[in-house]
Design a protein around this ligand. Structure first.
Ligand code: ATP
Ligand code: MG
Length: 317
């Protein structure tokens, strides 16, 4: 394959096949969202996709999943060219996405949401509830979601994290997935849920699935990724080996220059006290003393209800 790719993977997981985009360009009217991007997604590796807002990350995923057709270039799987006319075709080829915004049917159960489109039927096309129950129980167990996701809840009752889990179950159940893309999956997850998601992603990777992981969070990228591809203004700015690259190198690729040149550090704090608060007491706060000097940024921390906003309102009169 001629796709651009980084240094080879950690030795224990040799690439056994790969998805790729080759020379992909995508225009939306006058907007060029992607410009000649060639990039490989090796099996059994996590390829992180980074880039500033609007760099083209979601557009690239939507081309892989058949939601958009490239203006030029094409998608390949195991070296064979694929013409993906629809999301259904991409799904049948084993390419799945956990979208940035989960799509949940509000008035049916979690189980029916997960298998929508391939629900088990009995004679007369009636839903086979026993089979549905058996299937969802087995899949929840296998994925480590048992106890986290109640299959009887309605779509409308789900928290953002549970909606995300439904999308993940859709992606990894049914016919064997070859490529799974996660588009900023952790934005609505708690730390505990992120841990569960990451161990699932690692398990999927170790089964030989090509994982694509879109995130703005450096910490997550370095925890998960084998390779890191950076898009800038729709073009591939570079591919880095996660074991050897640095945050600074990635930021330079993302913005095209050194961040330290954009935000030059200046020490401007002085000893001149601008605001002198002594013994301020209101209904919500008691005996607050606080001095703020010229050029300082002072953080006001505390739990919900501790009186932060009330103090700020009192200071503002
Ligand atoms: N359906 C569309 N119609 C018109 N323009 C679009 C469409 N989808 C994306 N774009 C434009 O294409 C460019 C790339 O958008 P894209 O959503 O791929 O960026 P992104 O890297 O995913 O950004 P973010 O980090 O904010 O999610 C942007 O300029 C965006 O406005
Ligand atoms: Mg996006």
């Amino acid at each position: 394959m001629t796709a651009a790719h980084g240094p080879s993977s950690p030795g224990s997981r040799p690439p056994t096949g790969a998805a790729a985009v080759l020379g992909v360009t995508k225009s939306f009217g006058a907007v060029q969202a992607l410009r000649g991007v060639s990039l490989e997604f090796p099996a059994g590796q996590v390829t992180a996709l980074m880039g500033e807002n609007g760099a083209g990350k979601s557009t690239l995923l939507k081309i892989l999943t058949g939601d958009h057709q490239p203006t030029e270039g094409h998608v390949a799987l195991d070296g064979a060219r694929l013409a993906l006319a629809s999301p259904a075709e991409a799904r049948a080829a084993g390419i799945r996405i956990i979208p940035q915004e989960p799509e949940i049917i509000p008035h049916v159960s979690v189980a029916e949401n997960v298998y929508a489109g391939s629900l088990p039927r009995r004679a007369g096309r009636r839903l086979d509830r026993a089979e549905l129950r058996r299937r969802v129980t087995a899949d929840l167990e296998r994925l480590g979601f048992a106890g986290v996701l109640d299959p009887d809840l309605l779509g409308s009752q789900l928290t953002p994290a549970q909606r995300q889990l439904v999308e993940i179950m859709r992606a990894v159940t049914g016919e064997q997935a070859r490529v799974i893309a996660f588009d900023e999956p952790t934005s609505s997850l708690s730390e505990h849920e992120v841990d569960a998601l990451f161990s699932l992603i690692r398990r999927l990777r170790d089964q030989g699935i090509a994982i694509i992981y879109v995130s703005h969070r450096m910490k997550e990228i370095f925890q998960l990724a084998d390779r890191i591809a950076v898009l800038r203004d729709g073009a591939l700015a570079g591919v880095q080996d996660a074991r050897t690259t640095t945050e600074g190198a990635l930021v330079r690729l993302m913005v095209g220059r050194d961040l330290s040149a954009m935000f030059v550090r200046q020490d401007v704090a002085t000893d001149r006290v601008v605001l002198d608060v002594q013994g301020v007491t209101t209904d919500a706060v008691r005996g607050i003393d606080l001095q703020i000097r010229a050029g300082e940024v002072v953080g006001l921390a505390g739990l919900i209800g501790a009186g932060r906003s009330e103090l700020a309102l009192a200071l503002a009169g």
